[in-house]
Write a protein that binds this ligand. Structure first.
Ligand SMILES: [Zn+2]
Ligand SMILES: [Zn+2]
Length: 171
């Protein structure tokens, strides 16, 4: 075995080294192309584009991989999906907290005039087009009808008369 190796080494050392270099070069080339394929599958959804990326990883050898690394999508599909889910969840949570009846905390729609659960008056309807109006609006944005300023929620008698009644006995 050793004698054979020694004689092999002595006969044509250059060819052995060259063949080994070619062999390892080919293995490295295929491994890099496989890495491109795996990486592209994690970053690109379209199977055709993944195939193109893999081809680029193979030809031209190594240089194609470099080009792929320069132009590949910056994020993994997994991360993009996860972030989209998180955003959707956040939006849902926000919308859930945003619109609730002030009395019974039941979920309400921005178009509701009255809470369907506890019948609390939520909004005033436009006299002309019946659209729900926000409390601060001076005019209906849908039909330009001026809004008569009646409070949406009955908050008891106005503040002014009460003050006068308290001040009178003192004076
Ligand atoms: Zn309610
Ligand atoms: Zn209107």
């Amino acid at each position: 075995m050793t004698a054979l190796a020694v004689s092999f080494f002595h006969s044509d050392t250059w060819y052995v080294i060259r063949n080994l270099l070619i062999f390892f070069g080919a293995i490295f080339w295929l491994a890099v192309a496989y890495w491109v394929y795996k990486d592209a599958r994690r970053r690109i959804e379209d199977p055709w584009l993944v195939a193109m990326a893999t081809l680029l990883g193979l030809v031209p050898p190594f240089l194609g991989t470099l080009v792929y690394m320069l132009f590949r999508p910056p994020e993994y599909l997994e991360d993009v999906r996860e972030r989209d889910l998180e955003i959707k969840e956040l939006e849902e949570r926000l919308s859930r907290y945003e619109l609730r009846c002030p009395v019974c905390r039941a979920g309400v729609d921005p178009t509701y005039l009255v809470c369907p659960v506890c019948t609390t008056k939520l909004k005033q309807a436009c006299e002309t087009c019946k659209a729900p109006l926000e409390p601060l609006w001076q005019v209906c944005p849908h039909c330009e009808t001026p809004i008569a300023s009646t409070p949406t929620l009955d908050l008891g008698p106005p503040v002014e008369p009460r003050r006068r009644r308290r001040q009178r006995p003192r004076a």
